[in-house]
Design a binder for this molecule. Structure first.
Ligand code: G
Ligand code: G
Ligand code: MN
Ligand code: NA
Length: 260
């Protein structure tokens, strides 16, 4: 018995749930969107966070059916939110390396948008730098097709990959997500106040993003001070425990209702 082997059946049995973490406009304090984050409600092991099964799912290929399920769930939920949210609200879904390289990625996304009725421009796909580069170190062609459909692309954990920035010239990227390690440190080196080097890196990434007309999202915002500094340097959107932890959809519904 291994966790990996049971994963495809667990998708079918409905053991996975999606939580949503607010992405908050630093200018208006309103929701810019939410990131969908999967959890496994395991019958024996309890609620498992993604770091306990995503890598495994990548290795075995179980990420493909799981990722499809997450995309479908998040888009269906986002479509339901359209009724109370303004047009300026999106759902952001992580795409694993393996999913990004699936032959039928664009057809899969198109089918989910068709099934759920979610407008394409309400969907953001988060890809890491390693997910967007193909085997020949060429940016993935499929991403052009997705962008032509209206789907938005965000680079996740920006600044922690190999940062071959040529892809920013060649791909229709919409947003950069600055990795939380630059914003609030790492688990072994948690920042209580802002590190001056990290702060300059973040300021430079914000400048780079804006020079390229991209939205910039800071991850891992944990304190009021971090939020204030990000706002001061012109970062567009913040995500992190300072604003809200990931939660079930009801908390997002309540917040949207209060905002609109
Ligand atoms: O949710 P958490 O807070 O623990 O997320 C940990 C990691 O798991 C993050 O890197 C996040 O990108 C990843 N993750 C969460 N949900 C998904 C998902 O649906 N698909 C993929 N590929 N990664 C996810
Ligand atoms: O896709 P990505 O790796 O960026 O997923 C975001 C991850 O960061 C999730 O695991 C989420 O639970 C986690 N996270 C969200 N907000 C914070 C935060 O303020 N601090 C830290 N340390 N982690 C956070
Ligand atoms: Mn992400
Ligand atoms: Na990230």
């Amino acid at each position: 018995y291994t966790l990996a082997a049971t994963m495809p059946a667990a998708v079918e049995h409905g053991e996975f749930v999606v939580e949503y973490q607010p992405l908050v406009s630093l200018e208006s304090d309103r929701l810019w969107g939410v990131e969908a984050l999967v959890r496994w409600r395991h019958p024996q092991l309890g609620l498992l966070p993604p770091d306990q099964f995503i890598n495994l799912a990548e290795e075995t290929g179980a990420i493909v059916p799981l990722g499809r399920w997450v995309l479908q769930s998040a888009c269906a939920q986002a479509q339901a939110w359209q009724a109370i949210a303004g047009p300026d609200f999106r759902v952001s879904v992580n795409l694993a390396v393996r999913q990004a390289h699936e032959q039928d990625l664009t057809e899969e996304v198109a089918a989910v948008l068709r099934d759920t009725g979610l407008p394409a421009d309400r969907l953001v796909l988060e890809l890491t730098e390693s997910a967007i580069m193909g085997p020949a170190a060429e940016p993935l062609r499929a991403l052009h097709t997705l962008a032509e459909m209206g789907v938005r692309l965000a680079i996740d954990d920006f600044g922690t990959g190999y940062s071959n920035l040529a892809y920013l010239r060649e791909l229709p990227v919409h947003a950069l997500k600055i990795a939380g390690s630059f914003v609030s440190g790492t688990p072994t080196a948690r920042r209580t106040s802002t590190d001056p080097v990290d702060e300059r890196i973040v300021a430079t990434l914000v400048e780079l993003a804006h020079a390229l007309d991209l939205t910039v999202i800071a991850e891992g915002v944990e304190t009021d001070e971090q939020a204030a500094r990000l706002r001061a340097i012109g970062c567009d959107v913040g995500q992190g425990w300072h604003f809200a932890r990931p939660s079930g959809p009801a908390a997002i519904t309540a917040r949207l209702a209060a905002e609109h």
